[in-house]
Design a protein around this ligand. Sequence first.
Ligand SMILES: [Zn+2]
Length: 70
Amino acid sequence: MATTALMATRPGQGGRRRPKTYGGNRRCHSDMCDTRLSRYNNSEFCFRHAPVKYPRLRGVFTEEYEASRA
Ligand SMILES: [Zn+2]
């Protein structure tokens, strides 16, 4: 018996498929920053002010990460 179904759609969304956008007139939440966010960017900040995320490749540091520490 399958207890966990793959939920491709959420209840209430009607199963309609639309390109996922987040509004075309949003700006970075950072003060002093007037960068307009892409419709397809679900962050509240522009790429400069987004919280830093380090890519994790199965526990191996990327070259980029190593370079940033040097
Ligand atoms: Zn910004």
